[in-house]
Design a protein around this ligand. Structure first.
Ligand SMILES: [Zn+2]
Ligand SMILES: [Zn+2]
Length: 135
Protein backbone atom coordinates (compact mmCIF):
# COMPACT_ATOMS: atom_id res chain seq x y z
CA UNK A 1 0.00 0.00 0.00
CA UNK A 2 1.22 3.47 -0.90
CA UNK A 3 -0.01 4.65 2.49
CA UNK A 4 2.79 2.76 4.21
CA UNK A 5 5.33 5.02 2.60
CA UNK A 6 7.03 7.61 4.74
CA UNK A 7 7.44 11.15 3.40
CA UNK A 8 11.11 10.28 2.70
CA UNK A 9 10.12 7.24 0.61
CA UNK A 10 7.69 9.32 -1.39
CA UNK A 11 10.29 12.02 -1.95
CA UNK A 12 12.93 9.53 -3.10
CA UNK A 13 10.48 7.71 -5.34
CA UNK A 14 9.85 10.81 -7.46
CA UNK A 15 12.68 11.24 -9.99
CA UNK A 16 11.87 14.96 -10.33
CA UNK A 17 13.05 15.65 -6.80
CA UNK A 18 16.70 14.70 -7.18
CA UNK A 19 18.90 14.97 -10.25
CA UNK A 20 21.46 12.21 -10.54
CA UNK A 21 24.82 13.63 -11.60
CA UNK A 22 27.40 11.69 -13.56
CA UNK A 23 30.76 10.99 -11.93
CA UNK A 24 32.55 13.00 -14.61
CA UNK A 25 30.44 16.09 -13.84
CA UNK A 26 31.34 15.78 -10.17
CA UNK A 27 35.01 15.39 -10.90
CA UNK A 28 34.91 18.43 -13.17
CA UNK A 29 33.22 20.65 -10.59
CA UNK A 30 35.16 19.08 -7.72
CA UNK A 31 32.04 18.88 -5.61
CA UNK A 32 32.32 18.55 -1.87
CA UNK A 33 29.51 16.82 -0.07
CA UNK A 34 28.37 19.23 2.70
CA UNK A 35 27.27 16.35 4.91
CA UNK A 36 30.39 14.19 5.15
CA UNK A 37 32.75 16.93 3.89
CA UNK A 38 34.47 14.46 1.64
CA UNK A 39 35.25 15.93 -1.72
CA UNK A 40 35.61 13.78 -4.78
CA UNK A 41 37.10 10.78 -2.90
CA UNK A 42 34.04 8.74 -2.84
CA UNK A 43 32.58 10.34 -5.93
CA UNK A 44 35.28 8.60 -7.95
CA UNK A 45 33.93 5.23 -6.84
CA UNK A 46 31.45 3.88 -9.29
CA UNK A 47 29.10 2.70 -6.56
CA UNK A 48 28.56 6.20 -5.18
CA UNK A 49 25.76 8.30 -6.59
CA UNK A 50 25.81 12.07 -6.52
CA UNK A 51 22.51 13.90 -6.52
CA UNK A 52 21.44 17.51 -6.87
CA UNK A 53 18.42 18.88 -5.05
CA UNK A 54 15.93 21.33 -6.55
CA UNK A 55 17.63 24.09 -4.52
CA UNK A 56 20.83 23.35 -6.44
CA UNK A 57 22.89 21.65 -3.74
CA UNK A 58 24.94 18.52 -4.33
CA UNK A 59 25.31 15.54 -2.02
CA UNK A 60 26.25 11.91 -2.01
CA UNK A 61 22.92 10.18 -2.37
CA UNK A 62 23.74 7.96 0.58
CA UNK A 63 24.55 10.94 2.81
CA UNK A 64 21.39 12.82 1.88
CA UNK A 65 19.22 9.74 2.42
CA UNK A 66 20.80 9.14 5.85
CA UNK A 67 20.08 12.74 6.77
CA UNK A 68 16.47 12.70 5.54
CA UNK A 69 15.76 9.40 7.25
CA UNK A 70 17.07 10.70 10.55
CA UNK A 71 14.53 13.55 10.29
CA UNK A 72 11.83 10.88 10.48
CA UNK A 73 8.45 12.51 9.91
CA UNK A 74 9.54 16.12 10.07
CA UNK A 75 9.72 18.35 7.03
CA UNK A 76 12.59 17.26 4.81
CA UNK A 77 15.08 20.11 4.65
CA UNK A 78 18.20 20.67 2.59
CA UNK A 79 21.23 20.29 4.89
CA UNK A 80 22.92 23.23 3.13
CA UNK A 81 20.27 25.93 2.88
CA UNK A 82 17.41 24.50 4.96
CA UNK A 83 15.02 24.78 2.02
CA UNK A 84 12.05 22.52 2.54
CA UNK A 85 12.34 19.66 0.05
CA UNK A 86 9.10 18.00 1.10
CA UNK A 87 6.50 18.33 3.82
CA UNK A 88 6.62 15.97 6.75
CA UNK A 89 3.66 14.61 8.63
CA UNK A 90 3.48 17.35 11.22
CA UNK A 91 2.24 20.54 9.64
CA UNK A 92 1.86 22.49 12.86
CA UNK A 93 3.13 26.05 12.78
CA UNK A 94 5.99 26.65 15.15
CA UNK A 95 6.48 29.70 17.32
CA UNK A 96 9.81 31.54 17.15
CA UNK A 97 10.96 29.86 20.33
CA UNK A 98 9.95 26.42 19.10
CA UNK A 99 11.68 27.16 15.84
CA UNK A 100 14.88 27.97 17.71
CA UNK A 101 14.67 24.71 19.64
CA UNK A 102 13.95 22.85 16.44
CA UNK A 103 17.02 24.37 14.81
CA UNK A 104 19.18 23.37 17.75
CA UNK A 105 17.82 19.86 17.56
CA UNK A 106 18.50 19.70 13.83
CA UNK A 107 22.07 20.80 14.50
CA UNK A 108 22.54 17.93 16.96
CA UNK A 109 20.94 15.54 14.52
CA UNK A 110 23.34 16.62 11.80
CA UNK A 111 26.29 15.95 14.12
CA UNK A 112 24.97 12.45 14.79
CA UNK A 113 24.55 11.80 11.08
CA UNK A 114 28.07 13.03 10.39
CA UNK A 115 29.57 10.85 13.12
CA UNK A 116 27.67 7.87 11.80
CA UNK A 117 28.84 8.49 8.23
CA UNK A 118 32.43 9.02 9.34
CA UNK A 119 32.39 5.65 11.08
CA UNK A 120 31.01 3.92 8.00
CA UNK A 121 33.59 5.67 5.81
CA UNK A 122 36.43 4.60 8.07
CA UNK A 123 35.28 1.00 8.07
CA UNK A 124 35.05 1.03 4.27
CA UNK A 125 38.53 2.48 3.92
CA UNK A 126 39.95 -0.14 6.27
CA UNK A 127 38.26 -2.90 4.31
CA UNK A 128 39.56 -1.56 1.02
CA UNK A 129 43.14 -1.16 2.15
CA UNK A 130 43.06 -4.67 3.58
CA UNK A 131 41.79 -5.94 0.25
CA UNK A 132 44.47 -3.98 -1.57
CA UNK A 133 47.36 -5.23 0.57
CA UNK A 134 46.24 -8.80 0.02
CA UNK A 135 46.53 -8.42 -3.77
ZN1 LIG B 1 28.85 12.64 1.58
ZN1 LIG C 1 19.80 23.66 -0.61
Amino acid sequence: MANDQTPVDRFLADPNNLTLLGTSTCRATNTECPICHEASPHSTESDTQIVKTTCDHTFHRECLVTWLQSLKNRDGTCPSCRAVLYRGLSTARLTDQEMEEENRELGLLMEQVQTQLAMVGERLRALRSRRRSRN
